[in-house]
Design a protein around this ligand. Structure first.
Ligand SMILES: [Fe+2]
Length: 178
């Protein structure tokens, strides 16, 4: 298991571009296997589960230069708002409960909706946009991987005229503070 320490925000852009290229070639299936394995291994995350009525609760499970893995706990009705991952790709798996996802691409003028129950997993590329929400009747736990590790998230709104960017937030967690 990779557990290297957190790097600063001034990493080499060429190195990041190299990681994105590597991600596009081969890493997405591996990231999906990582989140599926961890979601199916509650001994890894169960002691970190917290539910907070005001915000989703996030806890980093691992990080290295290539990727990071987060536990996210969703109380009823909590959502992410529509966002991309600032050039990172990734994967997520639902470990407990369920999530509704609106999803699409930065390059397509439409969103689709699907439901993920416990056991579901998804891998996504660098152009992926989505909004995840817990509309179920039980708290939800999910496992998320990002490669390269998150450095920025862009948030959008969806209108009849299409997708409009609202703000771009530097971050090192999937729960950035605007
Ligand atoms: Fe996301």
């Amino acid at each position: 298991m990779a557990t290297a320490g957190v790097r600063g925000h001034h990493g080499c852009e060429a190195e990041r571009a190299c990681l994105v290229e590597k991600l596009n070639r081969s890493s997405l299936p591996r990231l999906r296997r990582v989140v599926e394995h961890i979601a199916n291994s509650p001994n890894i995350w169960f002691s970190s589960v917290r539910f907070d009525l005001s915000d989703r609760y996030c806890s980093r499970l691992r990080r290295d230069d290539d990727h990071e893995v987060w536990l996210i706990c969703w109380d009823l009705g909590q959502d992410t708002l529509l966002h991309d991952h600032g050039g990172s790709g990734g994967a997520f798996a639902v470990a407990q409960g369920g999530l509704i996802e609106d999803f699409g691409s930065l390059h397509q003028p439409e969103l689709r909706t699907r439901r993920h129950l416990a056991g579901s997993s998804v891998a996504f590329g660098t152009d992926y946009v989505h909004n995840l929400v817990n509309v179920g009747i039980q708290p939800t736990v999910s496992i998320h991987a990002y490669s390269p590790p998150l450095r920025r998230m862009n948030f959008y709104c969806w209108l009849p005229t299409g997708m409009h960017q609202l703000r771009s937030i530097p971050c090192d967690t999937p729960e950035p503070v605007p």
